[in-house]
Design a binder for this molecule. Sequence first.
Ligand code: ADP
Ligand code: MG
Length: 158
Amino acid sequence: MTERVLWLADESATVNTGKTLANALKSVPSGPGIVIFLHGTLGAGKTTLSRGLIQGLGHQGAVKSPTYTLVEPYEQLEPAIWHFDLYRLGDPEELEFMGIRDYLTPGNVCLVEWPERGAGILPGPDLDLTLTPEGDGRSLVIEPRTAVGQVLLDRMQE
Ligand code: ADP
Ligand code: MG
């Protein structure tokens, strides 16, 4: 599978990449459910990219960071999005109590910030996205991990 590296010069470039991914998601049957991991330090732009994706699927309101709630649902969207931020997760086992298995159902997309905190409980991703601050902007590495992830990346380039 081929990875792709993008340069995001400013915040709007990060939002637009989220929108591009939203359009790719709309064109792919979300069948067994799709998992997207967002890696990067605090302030790298994970929530900014998530906002572009969620608003790109038609969400009108704000997209708040689920830092304290751990998960924010956007069930009305097509596909439905579950936006996680596991930064404050104490133990991966807590994900079981949160009902993680109910979120990873057919047709749903799980977008996960700080997936490292859920290691061992979270399923593997279809796409790994890694944001790294460089100068005034960000680099973004997109790595497909499954055939569905590869299709998503291909559709982002069309
Ligand atoms: P994270 O969720 O990774 O902690 P946030 O998205 O909450 O990060 O915050 C990222 C910060 O960086 C915001 O202030 C946002 O405006 C800014 N930002 C996002 N993308 C870029 C970019 N490509 N270049 C410069 N600043 C960016
Ligand atoms: Mg965040």
